[in-house]
Write a protein that binds this ligand. Structure first.
Ligand code: DSN
Length: 391
């Protein structure tokens, strides 16, 4: 690179990524092919609109790329093009979720989503996000004792509040979500069912987490977490009498965005092909096994694991333990000094501030990409225990 300053910083970040144990549950390491697509000449092209219906000339190549990406996305999740449509233009997860609400919920309508402190995402209607300012959130959470979703409570809440859309999905809920129960609840109150599978998309692709497609009207996902692609997102939408695909496409462009990032879409296509392989299935299996080993070892060392364990790639640890342990911030800072990267996280029924909460969230997607197995997970758990216990 001619720009030595940026070149140096990219190298430094690359080194940092190599030299740490990366337990950020939403991160991963992409392949060289994904990086090549991201850094290609495709970044030079404007392509407002959709394949075959663009506003500028010169679209012959990029139309093929976007169509290929869409067909790979449907194939990976075993969706017949006659039943499902996919939009691959969202720049990332938050705009994808907002586009769904723009399409399906009138201003000030109700979004029923998991509260941020119980495991949901900002864009599931939290008040500090645009999704809580333009729409009204009906928050739900987990049972105080079991720390898993109580579907009877959820149904009661939905029937009392009659939301326009129910969002199933999370950023820090370690368990399997019962999509059938969500569907029944959505039907009982006449709401759309949206699943945000950003965290577990790679696990669905690898058949180690239930697929939401049988039950949802709309499924959003980022591509860069367990799916191991570039920063990007997709919206899958059911084709039925309501013509939802048209509403979603219009909400993404021209509703929310201008020209799509074709370099990003090409990189998504590459990642989707990589995920459609037996090797990726093995990877997904290993991610969950690793998370179970990490959670199991931490638990046996005396740490409180929220919900008692995990069914996915992520583990939520109560480091505060009612004042007997460390705050999430101190735990995260101590671990970073020792080269283990995690994020501080609220735990259900949090009593502390989100800036210094009671827990940390860890995930196994990134380290599994680097080849870690149960043995390494147990060693990491022991190291975490040692660092956090030190007086
Ligand atoms: N930042 C992502 C996560 O860490 O889960 C969600 O946007």
């Amino acid at each position: 690179m001619k720009d030595r300053e940026i070149e140096k910083l990219i190298k430094a970040e690359s080194e940092r990524q190599k030299n740490v144990v990366n337990l950020i549950a939403s991160e991963n390491y992409v392949s060289q092919d994904v990086l090549t697509a991201l850094g290609s000449q495709l970044t030079n092209k404007y392509a407002e609109g959709y394949p075959g219906k663009r506003y500028y000339g010169g679209q012959s190549v990029v139309d093929k790329i976007e169509d290929l990406c869409k067909s790979r996305a449907l194939k990976l999740f075993k969706l017949a093009p006659k039943n499902w449509h996919v939009n691959v233009q969202p720049l990332s997860g938050s705009p994808a979720n907002v586009a769904v609400y723009v399409a399906l919920v009138s201003p000030h309508g109700k979004i029923m989503g998991m509260s941020l402190d119980q495991g949901g995402h900002l864009t599931h209607g939290h008040k500090v996000s645009i999704t809580g300012k333009f729409w009204n959130q009906v928050p739900y959470g987990v049972d105080k004792n079991t720390e898993v979703i109580d579907y009877d409570e959820l149904k009661k809440l939905a029937l009392e509040n009659r939301p326009n859309i129910i969002v199933a999905g999370f950023t820090s809920y370690p368990r399997i979500v019962d999509f059938k129960k969500f569907r029944d609840i959505a039907d009982a109150c006449g709401a759309y069912l949206m699943v945000d599978m950003s965290h577990f998309a790679g696990l669905v692709a690898g058949d180690v987490y239930p697929s939401p497609f049988k039950y949802a009207d709309v499924v959003t996902t980022t591509v860069h977490k367990t799916l191991r692609g570039p920063r990007s997102a997709m919206i899958f939408v059911k084709k039925d009498a309501r013509d939802l695909p048209k509403l979603i496409d219009k909400a993404v462009f021209p509703g929310m965005q201008g020209g799509p990032h074709l370099n990003q879409i090409a990189a998504v296509a590459v990642a989707l092909k990589e995920a459609d392989t037996p090797a990726f299935k093995k990877y997904a299996e290993r991610v969950v096994k690793n998370a179970r080993s990490l959670a199991g070892e931490l638990k046996s060392l005396g740490w409180k694991i929220i919900s008692g364990g995990t069914d996915s790639h992520l583990v939520l640890i109560d480091t505060w333990m009612g004042g007997k342990g460390l705050s999430g911030k101190e735990a995260s800072d101590r671990l970073e000094k020792a080269g283990i990267i995690v994020n501080k996280n609220t735990i259900p029924y949090e009593t502390r501030s989100p800036f210094d909460p009671s827990g940390i969230r860890v995930g196994t997607a990134a380290e599994t990409t680097r080849g870690a197995k149960e043995k390494e997970m147990i060693a990491i758990a022991r190291k975490i225990d040692k660092i956090l216990r030190k007086k």
